[in-house]
Design a protein around this ligand. Structure first.
Ligand code: PEP
Ligand code: MN
Length: 337
């Protein structure tokens, strides 16, 4: 249930409601929008009907939320959330592009990539230091050393960093360098990790589980929200289907659907969704037309030599062309790159 306060509700009226919610045994979530303050009731308090709160002064409306995801829903927060990442807004008119290699491999590779993607217009640098690989024999990432290289790239370019965190105990370590903590597809339902990034409160890029429904995806986001962190970017990165010509199948319908169901910004990862660099540009254009708020793309100075995911990485020159091709599409739907 949510309690919508009148736009002119006083501090005292709001605090009376908060006291009552707590008295009834609920946890609460307070959302202060531009116009209104919304109080969300969380957990299992005493059975109470919306009518209980209506007589309180300062209350405009009381609504039951029909979806199992509450704080993530549009019912809870009708206006789109805009996430601030070091001066980059995600969820506004401008569509930030996150670009960089699948994995940080060495200092030269990440510094060269950072400088060039920035020049082409990217605002966030991606690069895995802790890599979740399907095989234990594949390159697992440079770990702490990789984080140090990302920190240097950030210092030299001013780009913000998105990088994956795989374990709850690594959250403070990765969070020292990351401006956005990435939860990978394989960890979308790692509830201990979701709780940890929820409590840590830095922005999170939550990737859709490769076999997760949109409801399961939004319930994963709900874990982070319920732990106090509302800075979440949802990322569609392809789901498993019977198709073999692509690595996964990009579920483009997820973009408008997530926008209808949730206020959280939506990102698309055309690299992991397809496994193929030739599909990155067309699917990014389609994602922009469908209403995406950000893109994350793999870029490598020498994709043929990449230690992971070279086939789905653009080289530096092609990344510049990619950016140029996206601009008119963004303008056509009143967005900017
Ligand atoms: C990645 O972005 O580095 C990655 C491993 O992606 P995913 O979790 O979507 O496979
Ligand atoms: Mn990758």
């Amino acid at each position: 249930m949510i309690i919508v306060m009148k736009s002119d509700a006083s501090k005292e009226e709001i605090s009376k409601i908060l006291k009552e919610v707590k008295k009834l045994g609920f946890n609460l979530n307070l959302s202060k929008g531009k116009e209104k303050t919304i109080v969300g009731l969380i957990g299992n308090g005493r059975a109470v009907s919306p009518g209980h709160f209506r007589p309180f002064s300062g209350v405009e409306d009381v609504l039951r939320i029909s979806k199992p995801f509450k704080l993530a829903s549009r019912e809870f927060k009708p206006e789109k959330s805009v996430i601030q990442v070091n001066g980059v807004s995600v969820g506004g008119e401008k569509i930030p592009i996150m670009a960089g290699p699948c994995a940080v491999e060495n200092r030269e590779q990440i510094l060269e990539t950072a400088l060039k993607v920035k020049k082409a217009g990217a605002t966030i640098l991606r690069g895995g230091a802790f890599k979740p690989r399907s095989s234990p024999y594949s390159f697992q990432g440079l770990k702490e050393k990789g984080l140090e290289m990302l920190a240097e790239a950030k210092e030299k370019t001013g780009l913000s960093i998105v990088t994956e965190v795989m374990a709850p105990e690594h959250v403070p370590l990765v969070g020292e360098v990351a401006d956005i903590l990435q939860i990978g597809t394989r960890n979308m339902q790692n509830y201990a990790l979701l709780e940890a990034v929820g409590k840590y409160k830095k922005p999170v890029l939550l990737k859709r589980g490769m076999m997760a429904t949109l409801e399961e995806f939004l319930m994963a986001a709900e874990y982070i929200l319920a732990n106090g962190n509302s800075k979440i970017i949802l990322c569609e990165r392809g789901i498993r289907t019977f198709e073999t010509y692509t690595r996964n199948t990009l579920d483009l319908s997820a973009v408008p659907l997530l926008n209808q169901l949730s206020h959280l910004p939506v990102c698309v990862d055309p690299s992991h969704a397809t496994g193929s660099r030739s599909l990155i540009t067309p699917l990014s254009k389609a994602a922009i037309a469908a209403g995406v708020d950000a893109l994350i793309v793999e870029v490598h100075p020498h994709p043929e030599k990449a230690l992971s995911d070279g086939a789905q990485s653009l080289n530096l020159e092609d990344f510049s062309k990619f950016m140029e091709e996206l601009r008119p599409v963004a303008e056509a739907v009143k967005r900017r790159i």
